[in-house]
Design a protein around this ligand. Structure first.
Ligand code: FEO
Length: 406
């Protein structure tokens, strides 16, 4: 890149520095709407073997190099560890390796394969596995594979004496900011962005996360600092406890008395049904949110689904199908594999009316238990028709509360 950068490293401990990039402008991360931007975090450990942990997305290579240069000549780097091969953390890695010529490049076994499939390196990648430890001088790095969290190659690196966990995507969030540490942001933003990140990226790996959290004590990791690959660094004990407890709760796929109605509408008949269903859900005692998918993006809907126990979906029929906007959102939600939810389907129609059946098929493929008979509304709903919608809301809401109180 032609521009000269004047960007500095940020100190985390006596020997660990953040040398990553802040992407203030990214708004779409392969479908995930990142309205607060993001960061691609990389870290430099200044021990006898100077070690770079992860790199950054390709266009930000000069940010990384500039921050490294604010501390040392990059060619002094001895080791590079790649915790995750996804290109937001490895896009410039081959170029960085060619420039720095480190003594060693470490990745998990699957990471080595993934990196070699993406890039050409002029050196061998050293594969490491769970329990392997390398000395970097006074300190050491221990590796823990975290397969499918969220790629097969993902792994954690733990800096033993500093008690610092490099957690790649885990415990991260898409949040651009000038401040590096979580305690420099509002609690609301941290929760909202962590929740959104979990809902959109990690929900479908909840089982693996549960397993990992259960295994963590057996690795004897005393964690003072968590350095993720996106968003702020967690350094206060109470914050580390907080983010771990969020993950413990989210991975259980527990839900609250929240019910969401997700719909699109052509001439407002399906919308009138959605509103009546929403009133029924509310009057049953549920916290209800009605989401028109043209007003909200799919990552917002996924975030609301994380907490919702009931999902009611509506669409008119367009050319013998559900609305494309609904197909988009439901395909996305299905991929995230929510568990233990209940739901129902509804929609208005003119003549063929396939949409409601298709909505039910989506719910079934998402393993959402259908607890109310679908409502197929011919053209415009009358007051009596809307009463049926209200009753559907009551039925779904009552069933959700019954399950919560079991
Ligand atoms: Fe942030 Fe999975 O890459």
């Amino acid at each position: 890149m032609a521009h000269t950068q004047y960007l500095k490293a940020v100190k985390i401990t006596e020997k660990v520095y953040w040398v990553g990039a802040v992407d203030w402008n990214v708004r779409d991360f392969h479908g995930y709407k990142t309205e607060r931007g993001s960061t691609y975090n990389a870290y430099l450990i200044m021990d006898e073997k100077i070690t770079l942990i992860d790199s950054v997305k390709a266009p930000f290579k000069n940010h990384l190099m500039s921050r490294i240069k604010s501390l040392i000549d990059p060619t002094k780097i001895d080791y590079i560890v790649s915790n995750h091969a996804e290109p937001d953390h490895s896009g410039c890695l081959a170029e960085v390796v060619a420039e720095i010529k480190p003594e060693k490049l470490f990745a998990s076994v699957a990471g080595k394969k993934a990196l070699e499939a993406h890039y050409t390196f002029d050196m061998e990648i050293t594969a490491v596995k769970t329990g392997d430890e390398i000395s970097i001088g006074k300190d050491a790095i221990k590796f823990i594979e975290t397969k499918m969290l969220h790629w097969p190659d993902s792994m954690f690196s733990y800096l033993v004496n500093d008690k610092l966990l490099f957690s790649q995507d885990a415990f991260g969030m898409h949040l651009a900011g000038s401040q590096l540490f979580a305690d420099e942001y509002s609690a609301d933003i941290l929760f909202h962005e962590s929740e959104k990140y979990y809902a959109n990226i990690l929900l479908l790996y909840s089982g693996k996360i549960k397993q990992l959290l259960e295994q963590l004590p057996s690795f004897n990791l005393d964690i003072d600092i968590i350095c993720p690959d996106h968003g702020p660094v967690w350094r206060r004990p109470e914050d580390i406890e907080k983010v771990l407890s969020w993950y413990s709760s989210w991975c259980e796929q527990t839900f609250s008395n929240k019910a969401i109605v997700i719909y699109d509408t052509m001439w407002h008949s399906t919308e009138a049904m959605a509103l009546a269903i929403g009133d029924g859900l509310r009057d049953s005692g549920c916290v209800t949110e009605i989401i028109n998918v043209t007003a909200r993006d799919r990552s917002y809907v996924a975030t609301q689904m994380l907490e919702a126990g009931a999902i009611v979906v509506g669409s008119p029929t367009l050319n013998n199908n559900i609305f494309p906007s609904m197909a988009d959102v439901l395909t996305y939600l299905r991929g995230l594999r929510p568990e233990k939810r209940i739901g129902a389907a509804f929609g208005s129609l003119g003549w063929s009316g396939e949409a409601v059946k298709q909505l039910e098929e989506y719910l079934q493929s998402m393993k959402v238990e259908i607890v109310a008979e679908a409502i197929r509304q011919k053209y415009v709903p009358t007051e009596d028709d809307l009463k049926k919608c209200y009753d559907m809301g009551m039925t779904v809401g009552s069933e959700l509360l019954k399950r919560l109180n079991k």
